[in-house]
Structures are given as structure tokens and as C-alpha cells.
Design a protein around this ligand. Sequence first.
Ligand SMILES: [Zn+2]
Ligand SMILES: [Zn+2]
Ligand SMILES: [Zn+2]
Ligand SMILES: [Zn+2]
Length: 731
Amino acid sequence: MSRELSNWQELLDSFTETGVRQGKVSKIHQTRSNNAERIKILLEDEELRVVLLKWMNHQVKRQRSLEAAKCFRETGNRQFSLKDYTACIEMYSQSILSCPVENEVELSLALANRSAALFQLDLFEDCLQDIRVALMKNYPSHLLPKILTRKIKSLRKLGLMEDCQTTLAELEASLMHLQVSEKNKIKSDIKVMLMDDQGNENTQDRDSEFDDRIIPFCGENLSFKGASTALDIRHSVEKSRYVVANRDIMAGETLFVEQPNALVVLPDFQTTRCHHCTRELPLKRYPCLSCGKIWFCSNACRQESSCYHSFECGLDSVLNSVGIAHLGARIVVSYGLETLLAFLKDTEKVKKISGIDSSYDTKSYQVMFHLVSHTERMAPDELYQYALTAAFLTLLLEQHTKFFQLASQEDRYLVGGLILVHICQMVSNAHAITEICALDENSERQERIATAIYPSASLMNHSCDPTVINSFQGNTLIVRAIRDVRKGDEVFNCYGPHYRRMRRTERLEMLESQYSFVCTCEHCCDTNTEDFQDVIYSFACPSCNGSLVNPSGSYSPAQFQMTLCRSCKTQQSYFTQLQADLEAVSLDARGTEAMDQGDIMEAIKLLTKCVQLRKRALFKGHPDLGKSADKLAQCYAFIGNYEECEKMLRISLIAVEERYGRYSIEMANELQKFTDVLMELASSRNQDLRDELVRHLEEAMFIYRIHYGAWSHSYKELQRKKIHLTTLLMK
Ligand SMILES: [Zn+2]
Ligand SMILES: [Zn+2]
Ligand SMILES: [Zn+2]
Ligand SMILES: [Zn+2]
């Protein structure tokens, strides 16, 4: 283990390699279900401990030196002169962190400089706090007038006029040592400032943007926090806990509106998002005054975060290095040592799984403790790596924080065991908080901002054909039904593999390896029907237009091979359709080329032939049919022939619906395109078309609302279109 290891995963892999040889990996695995014991074994391994500590200290890099402090401060000064106040606050904070405690003057200079930057960002309270500390730390007397002037300005901004008077007197006194010219300059500055009207502070409410987003909710379930009254928790030996509908539920109904129990912002977003609530940082942002490296959207978030950040402060790089395991440590420090130890002593609570015969309170530690972790089903090397990470985090809390100040050695192992439990839970319970980010005028993309735990929504089991869809409003998880659910039916989430997007074998493999279970959903169990992916990419049956699945699984079936159509039960030649499609492939390529070269008429000629062939040869849901029809529609739109364009879009609409489903986001995008064309035709055509247009607009709006919420760009765009249409049709 002599080589330089750059990241945590490499270190883990190398530990595991030697651990397997020395039998340590199986030893950790064998110690069945006693997690504290696992941590104890690892941390009492002297050799291991030494390497962990070495790596930790390398990461924490807390060398204090006057040189470093000065260097950071000077960098900060350069950034200040460039008006990059956010960056310089970080530099001054680094300077404060690196400064040797006994060097008060250097420390006071960094504090004073940081106060100037905070003042520029209108963070007057933080500014005053830095000034107070700087003045206690032997701040050079010849610089006093400057810092006192800033203090007066901040006090005035905050309306603290009494303190302002006292400081004015201090300022007068500090001017004594100055030369007359300097003295006069400061005095006239103060005069101007005092004459200035102080009534121009604008403390606008930054929450207003969020407040007008109304969350629909049909009654909160008091015994199942965050869930709607339509849902109940059930329990069985095979399934453990699961969620059922206690009445009929309609597609679009909101089933969960849940706050995260804990969340960690992903490293890429740590400079643009609030560390506590994930909200985008406003111009006026609040730094942690100890480390200066993390930011909050408000003073409230900063205060709320102190229950965990006081232990994480200054350790951000080392915590980021362990990835999602950070969230495991976060849960533990958030609840605090006392709560954790009290919980572990309460054997009733440790045994009793919450939600069965008791209400389910997502804030209680009992609920967090009982989220499924599948520790016993994990592979030995996987469990070993999680245990090592938990041991490392325990060591980190012990060496670099006051978390374990009042804990015995045994207590530390117990808490380490809890960190391990939570790390293991992440695999099945962690949710990525995503946000819809606009790419351009017309398209949006989901971006992963943070990882979080939602204990209530976590109780839903997986299905490859789920009943719900998840979206986020800030960090609030909103779960809506994506189709009707009958009373008594189980409500399913999708953990990733969806039958419309992945083959059965791949889905089963992924669920097995990642979540250690065998999916028993309809699409995974029924091996008599073709895989959905095969159906979508199938040919059309010449006699009934049903789907004709490739009999050999390859694209070169024997020329005269006949295959059975599952819809009309007749024998059909697969080869004829294959030949037709091969011709269509070349027509599509030539049509696309003509399109790119701007020869629209030629493109229309070629693509029309292609679509005709594909309509005969391919299953109606085949993506190639949809794509060719869509291209041809574009050509027609280009020359203003909306009648033909409409016909083509109808073909691609069917293909999209077959492939992605009626309530998919792809369907909404396609409907949006279709309604644009219908709008062109609406004024010249009959009432039926107008009715259809309104219906499609409403369908698309419905889909956007359940996927993204009524505040999304796409939904609002369609809403505007609908209003425009209504006024247009009234004329
Ligand atoms: Zn916040
Ligand atoms: Zn901090
Ligand atoms: Zn399945
Ligand atoms: Zn048929």
C-alpha cells in the first residue's frame, strides 16, 4: 500500500484486494448482522487504521502556516479588486482557516478584508460579526478608521442607530493619529453618509417565486407522513412493507408530497446551490462563516444546517470523496449522539419496524433505522467496502470533530455501525433530486442536483411498469399516479429499468445486481409473450397489421422461413417485409441527404416512397416508421403544406404512443408539435378539428403537469397556446 492513492474508490479496491487474501473480507461478511462489531474489527486493525488516518490527513490538509494565510489573503485581495466578492470570501476564509492561532494581526486582517466583501454582498450582519472579531484580535490601529467606517455603514443599513452613535465616537477617537488631510477626508465621507437617506434598503422576499407554486393534495395521511389519504402501508413476510391504494385512484392524482429527511448536494452544484435546501443561490448568498466554502440561500437555511454542518465544517473535500456514503454520515450527525444512543438502548424500537401497527413519522430515527438495507444479501466484497467507508467516517468524526466528545469507545463502534446501516440503505433508498433545466426555447432536460432520502416514498416497491411518476419542486418530492389504480392494488415506483426502455434480461440483471431482488412484475414474469422491445422493432403482419416478431433473433432469417403472427395466428413470410424495409432504409438515407442539401421537393418524393413502404412493412410502433414520417412532416411544414404535414404527424404520433406510452413525456412533446400544425389548420377547417386540437392540448398539458408540475416551462407554454386558441376561435 505504498503507492500514492488518489481517490477513495482506489483505496477501497486496494484494501479489498489484500482483504480477500488475508480473509478479512469474509470475516466482516460472516459477522452476521452485527454492524458495530464490523466497525470494531476494522478500527482495531492497527495497520488499516494507520493507512486510513494517513489518507484522511492528506485529504483534510489542515496545515496551518502564516505563509499560506498570507498567500490566500493576497489572492483574495486580487479577486476583491476584480469585484469577484464570492470568490474572495472563499479565499479570505481559507486564509482564516490556515492562519496560526497565535498570529492575531494576520487573522484580523483576513477577517477585516472578508467583512469588506460581505458588505459588498449586502450581508451586513455577517460583515458586523467579522468586524467584531477582528477588533478583538489586535487589529492594526492605523487601519481602524477604515473598519469603523464600514461598521457604521452596516449598522445604519440594519437600522441599529444607537450602536451607530457609539461607533461614531470610537471613530472620532481613532482619527487622532491621522494626518489632517486624511482626517478631513474621512470626516466629509461620514457627513455625506449621514445625509444620505437610509430608506432605500430593499429586502425583497426571495421565497415569493416558490410560494405561488400550489401543490395539489387530496388530504394528508396523518399516520403515513407525506402520503395521500388514498394510501396505506401493508406488510407481508415475502414483501416486507409495501404501499396500497385504499380507494380507487385516478391518473394524475398526487400521491406523495414529501420533504427529504436528509440530502447532500452533488459536488458539481455546491457553488451554485444552497447547501441545505438545494435552491439556486440568489445574488445575496450566505457563506458558512467558519469555512466560507459552502453557501446558503438564506440565513434560515444556514441556521438550520448548523446541527450537522458544525461537524462537517472544513471537511467538505474529504466528505465529497466518499460519494453517496456522505449521506450516511449526514443522517447520523443530524440526529446527534444522544438520540442515537437512546434509540439503541430502546430494544422495542430497534426491533419494531415502523409503519406496521404504528404511524409512520418520517422525522423519527426509528423510521430511518428500519429502511431496508439488504446487508445480509450483499456480496462480501461489497459489504467490506461499505464497512470500510463507515469505519473511515467514524474515524473522521473522532479525529476531526467534537461529535464523539462524550462517547465511550463502545458507543463509537455502535454509531459506526449505524453509519454502515445507512450507507447500505442508500443503494435501495437514495433518490436523485432532479430539476428540469431549459436547454433552449423548446426543450428541457432533467439534471441531478442532489441525493436525498424520502422515507415514505421509499416504501413503494419496484415494477417495470410503474403506477407513478416522480418530480421535484425544489427538494420536495412529488409523486403522481400515471394511470388509474384500483382500490386494494399495490402502488409501484420504478427504480430505473422500465419495460418500454430496456429488455427483460437486462432489467432482471440490473435489479438483481443493484437491488438484490428478482422482479415479479407482469412484464418480467410472463415469458410467453415477446419482449416489448422485440414487438416495437417488429414487422407488420401483411394480413392483420399486427406485429410479426423476428423469428431467428438476427436480421438474416432464411429466405423462405415462415413465422406465426400472434394476433391472427396465420403463417407469414418475414423475408418479404425485410426486403421492403431494406429498400426503405436506402430511401430514407437519400431523402435525408436531399433535405440537408435544401432540395425539399426531392426529399418529399423520396421520403413519401419510404413512408409508404414502411407503413406496409413495419409494425405501427416501429421507431423507424415514426422517424421517417416525422422527417416528411418537417418537409411539408417547410413548404407550408400543413394538410400533408398533419397526415404524417399522425403516423409518428401513433409510433410514439406505442413505444413510450400514452402518458410519456415523449408523447407530450409529440402532441405539442402536432398541435402547432393543427393550429395552422384550425382557422380554415371544421369544428371537429378544433375540438381535436383542444383535446390534444389538454392531453399534453396533463402529461407535462404529472411529469414536471404546472410551473414547468412546457406546461405554461401550452397554457398560453390554449388561451390564444380560445380567443382565436371566438372571433
Ligand atoms: Zn436554502
Ligand atoms: Zn463551514
Ligand atoms: Zn419487472
Ligand atoms: Zn396477423
